[in-house]
Design a protein around this ligand. Structure first.
Ligand SMILES: Cc1cc2nc3c(=O)[nH]c(=O)nc-3n(C[C@H](O)[C@H](O)[C@H](O)COP(=O)(O)O)c2cc1C
Length: 135
């Protein structure tokens, strides 16, 4: 099974989760400046909300996908909302890429709020989630 992990992370929170997921499934986590270069069965895509949306770079990454993606799996770190799913789903739909119902999201440090998140427990939960998805 071919798996890719991509993330957008301004302050490093989502990157931590991306690395936990990637390590659990045996691939390298890359930021979204690395486009997908070959067909994949599963794309784990990580992002964080900034002022009630994801960064345009995340939308562009999805819109620019030029390979076949079996299914996409959203993951995110946030300070308040449940996940970034609602901000990315339209872009996957426009590409005809299935976005899995399953997703992973946890709190991410934001100023003095959610200090130390994501923590080791979050990373462990992300790794377990990823293993379940690929099993
Ligand atoms: C300018 C700014 C705007 C943010 N807006 C939101 C928001 O609308 N909703 C939310 O839940 N979190 C919001 N956050 C919190 C971040 O999404 C959260 O800290 C996330 O973990 C950052 O991930 P990153 O380090 O991977 O970029 C905001 C943070 C900043 C700095």
């Amino acid at each position: 099974m071919k798996i890719a992990v991509r993330y957008f992370s301004k302050s490093g929170n989502t990157k931590k989760i991306a690395e936990a997921i990637a390590s659990a499934v045996g691939v390298e986590a890359k930021d979204i400046s690395s486009p997908l270069s070959e067909d994949v069965d599963i794309l784990f895509l990580g992002s964080a909300p900034y002022a009630f949306d994801v960064d345009n770079a995340v939308k562009k990454f999805i819109s620019d996908i030029s390979v076949k993606v079996g299914k996409a799996v959203n993951f995110s770190t946030t300070a308040g909302i449940k996940s970034t799913r609602k901000y990315v789903e339209k872009f996957f739909a426009e590409k005809g890429i299935i976005l899995a119902e399953e997703e992973f999201s946890c709190r991410g440090k934001f100023g003095i709020v959610h200090k130390n998140r994501p923590n080791d427990e979050d990373k462990k939960a992300a790794a377990e989630f990823a293993k379940k998805i690929v099993s």
